[in-house]
Design a protein around this ligand. Structure first.
Ligand code: KIV
Ligand code: NA
Length: 278
């Protein structure tokens, strides 16, 4: 099967068919998500939190993103892959933005890039699209601006903020973005944005009115995700408990010499053994 295309994503919105997106950061996560039938894989800069152990996404570099995107692309050959432009790899001028985004496609083998911001990044989005690089927008709670926003807070609760987010979404669509992520915005606002746009919205903590949903791999699997409990996450497995238990059993086996057993060991040829040791 061929990866989804941005044209088909728009059709899915028109047909009311929800788009499923999940983050992936390496070969096994991408392979399993593809096998499970995910529509879009996002190599998110959330890898800073869930894979690299940073407190925010701010320390994530473009090299980090390229490295992880490559591994994802090796595993998921039939899935549309979006890679995040990390902090300050755009906003320094169009030429830098184009050069950096190009690396995510050329070296990281992503199909599209995602960047955070609304009307203020519309020029950069337009430049990317003009250069043939599909762009997914990302508004609402934008983690790269966490210090400016004053924490991981729900956005669009008040009228003025909500109006600004609607304007931002429209600016991104006008600039040529093929989709927009709405992160931690109130449900009625996300619904209003989704119906105001012809491109699909992908929600995270944005309620039921979006055209698609995205969550973080480590969150839905409870895979040592460092976050506090998040209301908007639904967990589908408890891999953390499973993995910790399995490793604990391995440690206990080594200590008690229950592992390895004869079946795990390699015998020598009887004749060679006899000649060596008599
Ligand atoms: O980096 C990420 O995982 C994201 C999603 C939460 C949208 O940007
Ligand atoms: Na991100």
């Amino acid at each position: 099967t061929q990866p989804l295309t941005i044209t088909k994503m728009k059709k899915m919105k028109q047909n009311g068919e929800p788009i499923s997106m999940l983050t992936a950061y390496d070969y096994p996560s991408a392979k399993l998500a593809e096998e499970a039938g995910i529509d879009i894989l996002l190599v998110g800069d959330s890898l800073g939190n869930v894979v690299l152990g940073y407190d925010t996404t701010i320390p994530v570099t473009l090299d980090d993103m390229v490295y992880h995107a490559r591994a994802v692309a090796r595993a998921a050959r039939h899935t549309f892959i979006v890679a995040d432009l990390p902090f300050m790899t755009y906003r320094l001028g169009k030429e830098t933005t184009l050069r950096n985004a190009a690396r995510l496609l050329q070296e990281g083998h992503a199909h599209a890039v995602k960047l955070e911001g609304g009307a203020e990044v519309a020029d950069e989005v337009a430049a990317l699209v003009k250069a043939g690089i599909p762009v997914m927008g990302h508004i609402g709670l934008t983690p790269q601006s966490v210090h400016q926003l004053g924490g991981y807070k729900v956005q669009g609760k008040l009228e003025k903020e909500a109006q600004r987010l609607i304007d931002d979404a429209k600016a991104l669509e006008a600039a040529g973005a093929f989709s927009v992520v709405l992160e931690l915005v109130t449900e009625p606002l996300a619904e209003a944005i989704s119906s105001a746009l012809s491109i699909p919205t992908i929600g995270i903590g944005a309620g039921r009115g979006c055209d698609g949903q995205v969550l973080v791999y480590h969150d839905i699997l409870q895979y040592a995700s460092p976050y506090y409990e998040k209301r908007f996450v639904k967990t589908y497995a408890d891999l953390g408990t499973t993995i910790r238990g399995a490793i604990g059993a391995y440690v206990a086996d080594v200590k008690s010499r229950a592992f390895p057993e004869q079946a795990h060991a390699f015998p020598m040829e009887q004749e060679a053994l006899r000649r060596l040791y008599g």
